[in-house]
Ligand binder design. Structure first.
Ligand code: FAD
Length: 558
C-alpha cells in the first residue's frame, strides 16, 4: 500500500460517500476528507419525493449516515457547508468557501475525487424565479416544498416534466390532497420509454385524476391574485398554488471546466474505465460523469444512484491500485406511482432508431406476474428489443402492478452477460404459484423472441397498420371482436380456423391479431403451413390501443 496520502472528495452523497468508505476499507493510512456545500452528507435523495408526500414523515430517516458516523466508524472527516469553488491543479490544492464562517481556505490533496452530482435544469423562462416554483434535489428543498404546501394550504400543483421524478412528485402531491397537472414538452410521458409503452403510464395517471398536457412546452409563469399561472406554448393557462420543475438535470461540471479537465460529448466529465479524469490525480464519479452505454457503446449521461454508488466504490479500488474496469451503464431504472411499476433496462427502440440501427426487432407480451389460477394475477406489459441477426438482447421495458422490476432485473443481468433471447428461453428462475409461472414471463419473452429469431413467425408493425395494403384478421372469438374490433379487420376465430381457413385469400398478405398475440401466433403457424402469407401483429389489442389510443392522435415513434 502507498504511504499516507491525502485524499479529498467533493460531494458527500451517493458517489462521494461510497468512495470514501471504500477507500478507508482499503487504505487505513490515508487521510480522507469529504467536502459538501450542503448541510448533510449521505442523504437519501431518492426518498425526497416521499418526504414531500408525507409517506416518509420523519426527516431524520433520510439521513443514511452522519458526519459523526463517518468520523467514528471510518475516521473520515466530513466538512459540510463547505463549497469547493476551484481546483488549483498545479498546486494540488482546492479553494474552498466555508459557508458558515464566510471565509476562503485552501486544502492540499494527493488524490482528488469529484462527485458533485447534477443540478436540476431551470430554464430562463419568464417568471421562473417567482415564489412557489421549486426543484427538488436536497433535504432543504423538500422541506421548503412541505412548508409552502402547509402555509399556503395549497390545493393544486403543476409538475413540469413527466419523467421519473415528475411521476413520483405527481403521486406524492396527490397523496397530500393536491390536484395535479403534469405538463410535458414531449408527445409522451416518461420520455425514457418507447412511446407506446408510455401509453400505459398515461392511462394510469389520468385514471387517478391527474391532468396531463403533452407536446406543449411551458412558455412561462405569472403571478395572479390567487397564485401562480403556468402558460404553455400553445397558450393554455393552468393555475397552480405551486410548481415543481422536474425537467431533467445537468452534470455539475463547473469545477472540472474551471480546472481544464476534459469534458465529454454529452457535456459531462470525461473519465476512463477506472473513473480517472484527464488529470491522473483526479477521479470523478456519479451524475457528473460521462460513461459508456453498455449496449450501444455510445458515450452517455445517466444520472442514477446505482451507477453513482458503484462508480464511487470502483474509483476507490482504482485509487488503491486494484485492477478494475467500469462496464458502462444500461440505464436500468424503476419508478412506481399510483400502484403502477415501470421499469426498463438497456436500449429502447427509440434510442436505436435515433442512432440509425436497423438490425433489431421488438416483441410484446402480457403475462401475469404469477400463475393465472392463483388469486391476484395481474398482467405485466413487457417489450423486449433484440438484435435480429443474432438474438442478442438489447433492452426491455415493462409496466404492471407487481413483479415488474424482478423481470427487468433478470433481463438486465442477461444483457450484461451478452446473452441472447435463447438464453432467456432457458433461464432457470424461481417458481411457485404465488410468485411466478413455470414458464416465467422472462422465459416467455425469450420464447416469443426466439420464434421470431428462428423464422417461425414474421412480425407486422403496428405503425403501418393504417397504410399497409393487407387483410387484417382478428382470430379472437366473435364476441370479443364485436366488443372492440380494429377498424377494417375481419373476424375468423382460432376455434373455427381449421374448418374455415379456405375462406381467406391466398393472393394477399394477411396480418393476424388477437388479444395479446398468442392465439394469432397459433393461427399463424397453422396458416403458414397451409401456404398463406401471414404476419403477426405483436402484443395484440393491448398494443394496438397503445399505438392508437381512443380519442387521441396515434402514437408516433420519433
Ligand atoms: P449527489 O448524490 O447529488 O451528490 C452530490 C453532492 O455534491 C451534493 O450534496 C452537492 O451539494 C455536493 N456538491 C456539488 N458541488 C459541490 C461543490 N462545489 N462543493 C461542495 N459540494 C458540492 N436515482 C435512482 O437510481 N433511483 C431513484 O429512485 C432516484 N430518485 C431520485 C429522486 C430525486 C428527487 C433526486 C434528486 C434524484 C434521484 N435519483 C434517483 C438520482 C440519484 O439521487 C443520483 O443519481 C445520485 O444521487 C448521484 O450521486 P452523486 O454522488 O453523483 O451526486
Amino acid at each position: 500500500m502507498t504511504d499516507s496520502r491525502r485524499i479529498l472528495i467533493v460531494g458527500g452523497v451517493a458517489g462521494g460517500a461510497s468512495c470514501a468508505a471504500r477507500l478507508r476499507r482499503l487504505d487505513e493510512s490515508a487521510e480522507i476528507v469529504i467536502f459538501d456545500r450542503g448541510p448533510y452528507v449521505s442523504f437519501a435523495n431518492c426518498g425526497l419525493p416521499y418526504y414531500v408526500g408525507n409517506v416518509i414523515q420523519d426527516e431524520s430517516k433520510l439521513l443514511v449516515a452522519t458526519p459523526d458516523l463517518f468520523a467514528e466508524r471510518f475516521n473520515i472527516l466530513v466538512r459540510t457547508c463547505h463549497e469547493v469553488t476551484a481546483i488549483d491543479r498545479a498546486a494540488h490544492e482546492l479553494v474552498i468557501t466555508d459557508l458558515d464562517a464566510g471565509k476562503t481556505i485552501r486544502e492540499n490533496y494527493d488524490v482528488l475525487v469529484l462527485s458533485p452530482g447534477a443540478s436540476p435544469v431551470r430554464p430562463p423562462l419568464p417568471g421562473i424565479n417567482l415564489p412557489g416554483i421549486f426543484a427538488l434535489r436536497t433535504i432543504p428543498d423538500s422541506r421548503r416544498i412541505r412548508e409552502w404546501i402547509d402555509s399556503k394550504n395549497a390545493q393544486s400543483a403543476v409538475v413540469v416534466g413527466g419523467g421519473f421524478i415528475g411521476m413520483e412528485m405527481a403521486e406524492n402531491l396527490t397523496h397530500r390532497g393536491l390536484a395535479v397537472t403534469v405538463v410535458e414538452a414531449a408527445q409522451q410521458l416518461m420520455p425514457a420509454l418507447d412511446p407506446e409503452m408510455a401509453e400505459f403510464v398515461y392511462r394510469r395517471l389520468t385514471t387517478h385524476e391527474t391532468e396531463v398536457i403533452l407536446g406543449d412546452p411551458v412558455a412561462g409563469f405569472e403571478q395572479s391574485a390567487e397564485g401562480l399561472v403556468v402558460r404553455t406554448q400553445s397558450g393554455e393557462e393552468v393555475p397552480a398554488d405551486l410548481v415543481i420543475l422536474s425537467i431533467g438535470v445537468r452534470p455539475e461540471t463547473k469545477l472540472a471546466v474551471g480546472a481544464g479537465l476534459e469534458i465529454g460529448v454529452t457535456g459531462a466529465i470525461k473519465v476512463d474505465e477506472t473513473m480517472r479524469t484527464s488529470d491522473p490525480d483526479i477521479w470523478a464519479v456519479g451524475d457528473a460523469v460521462e460513461v459508456k452505454d453498455y449496449v450501444t457503446g455510445e458515450p452517455c449521461f445517466v444520472p442514477l444512484a446505482g451507477p453513482a454508488n458503484r462508480q464511487g466504490r470502483l474509483a476507490a479500488d482504482a485509487i488503491c491500485d486494484r485492477s478494475v474496469s467500469f462496464r458502462g451503464v444500461q440505464g436500468t431504472a424503476v419508478c412506481g406511482f399510483f400502484g403502477l411499476t415501470v421499469a426498463m433496462t438497456g436500449a429502447t427502440e427509440k434510442k436505436l432508431k435515433a442512432l440509425g440501427w436497423t438490425d433489431y426487432q421488438a416483441v410484446y407480451l402480457h403475462p401475469g406476474q404469477h400463475a393465472g389460477y392463483y388469486p391476484g394475477a395481474k398482467p405485466i406489459h413487457l417489450k423486449l428489443v433484440f438484435r435480429s441477426s443474432d438474438g442478442r438482447i438489447l433492452g426491455a421495458q415493462a409496466v404492471g402492478e407487481e413483479g415488474v422490476e424482478r423481470r427487468i432485473d433478470v433481463i438486465s443481468m442477461a444483457i450484461q452477460n451478452g446473452a441472447t433471447v435463447l438464453d432467456l428461453e432457458q433461464a432457470e428462475l424461481c417458481y411457485a404459484p404465488q410468485y411466478g409461472a413455470a414458464k416465467d414471463p422472462v422465459n416467455v419473452s425469450g420464447m416469443v423472441a426466439g420464434n421470431v429469431l428462428r423464422g417461425d413467425v414474421d412480425l407486422a408493425r403496428w405503425e403501418q397498420l393504417r397504410s399497409a395494403n393487407v387483410l387484417i384478421v382478428d382470430v379472437r372469438d366473435a364476441a370479443e371482436h364485436k366488443l372492440g374490433p380494429i377498424p377494417n379487420s375481419i373476424n375468423l376465430p382460432l376455434s373455427e380456423m381449421r374448418r374455415r381457413y379456405h375462406e381467406l385469400p391466398r393472393d394477399r398478405e394477411i396480418w393476424l391479431h388477437c388479444g395479446v398475440g398468442q392465439r394469432s401466433y397459433y393461427a399463424l403457424r397453422f396458416l403458414r403451413q397451409h401456404g398463406y402469407n401471414v404476419r403477426n401483429l405483436p402484443g395484440g389489442v393491448h398494443i394496438y390501443r397503445a399505438w392508437y389510443p381512443k380519442g387521441r392522435p396515434p402514437t408516433v415513434m420519433p
